[in-house]
Write a protein that binds this ligand. Structure first.
Ligand SMILES: Cc1ncc(COP(=O)(O)O)c(C=O)c1O
Length: 323
């Protein structure tokens, strides 16, 4: 993101701030830093990869800007929003396949950007939308599928932008640990690669929902959207990962409220899981250590998960929560 005036919202992607969280755990005695990716246009880190996958496909001649060619992807999440934004600006038709149990509000949002939403029958299994998208691609061989789980343009943009922004912001004092949720593995791989090159002692910690393990190739269905897609994705460099931290939905949802009340920061459920894990990782490191994590998106899509009891802050009722 340059200073001055951006030519489109796509030129306003990136350069997100890093904030020190000193109120979340006042006695922590370690530095907890969070990169606010939720401040990207479209509201998440995934807009970076959505745009880059399109730009790389244009370089390869697979996509021609302004041609109205059809891009098909099976995601209604943050990548879908990023693709919808980029497709609207760059002149592509976008077909997004999402399970039919997705919220109508999300479907409306994607249609608002001009994307065409096709619904798969979620009762056919976790991958109903991916299967349907492959079927549509088979029937329409001129359509282009970007496939974020296997596309090297996904980690590459985090190497080229997210990691560089972190290096610029932190200067010579790089983090002792990087704590990152893994969905496609794009940002942990891209950022992890660059930081580990400059800081060989860096601990790179993958955050997974309780019951899931990348190392053991073990996955369960879980409610922490964005994390653990049910397989070890092709773009994830598992060799970079030093440890895994499993976080329960309950701990993550309590952290959502805790970080709102202590830091005034309203984040989504996967970002809250990162913060739970980051606190644990920080405590296991020597005093004075620096831990970096990410806030991927905001709380708005996850309000149903936010604990809603009217608990007074002054009663000290936060003590012990999500610790
Ligand atoms: C909310 C949220 N959190 C975490 C992730 C994981 O990011 P990555 O795909 O780079 O591993 C995603 C990915 O879609 C996401 O949407």
């Amino acid at each position: 993101m340059g200073k001055g005036i951006a030519d489109s919202v796509l030129d306003a992607i990136g350069d997100t701030p890093i904030v020190r969280l000193s109120r979340l755990e006042p006695d922590l005695d370690r530095e907890l830093l969070v990169k606010l990716e939720l401040l990207n246009p479209g509201g998440s880190h995934k807009v970076r990869i959505a745009l880059n996958m399109i730009l790389e496909a244009e370089k390869d001649g697979e996509l021609v800007r302004g041609s109205g060619q059809t891009i098909i992807e099976s995601t209604g999440g943050n990548t879908g929003i990023g693709l919808a934004m980029a497709a609207a600006i760059l002149g592509y038709r976008l077909v997004l396949v999402i399970p039919d149990n997705y919220s109508p509000a999300k479907q409306r949002l994607l249609r608002g950007y001009g994307a065409e939403v096709r619904l798969s029958d979620h009762t056919l299994g976790n991958n109903s939308h991916a299967d349907m998208a492959l079927g549509l691609l088979f029937d329409n061989p001129d359509w282009v599928m970007l496939n974020q789980q296997a596309n090297p343009a996904n980690p590459a943009i985090h190497e080229r932008t997210t990691a560089v922004e972190i290096m610029d912001a932190l200067g010579p004092r790089l983090p002792d640990a990087l704590v990152a949720g893994v969905g496609t593995g794009g940002h942990i791989t891209g950022v992890g690669r660059v930081l580990a090159e400059h800081q060989p002692s860096l601990r790179i910690v993958a955050v997974q929902p309780e019951g899931c393990s990348l190392r053991e190739n073990r996955f369960v269905t879980h409610p922490i959207q964005g994390l653990a897609v049910g397989l070890v994705p092709a773009v994830l460099d598992l060799g970079l990962v030093s440890d895994e931290e499993q976080v329960s939905f309950e701990d993550a949802r309590r952290m959502m409220r805790r970080v709102m009340r202590t830091e005034g920061l309203a984040v989504g459920i996967s970002s809250a899981a990162n913060l739970v894990a980051a606190c644990r990782v920080a405590r296991a490191l020597p005093a004075g250590s620096r831990v970096l994590t990410f806030a991927y998106d905001g709380v708005h899509d996850y309000l149903d998960a936010l604990p809603d009891e009217d608990v007074a802050f002054a009663e000290g009722s936060l003590a012990g929560e999500a610790r």
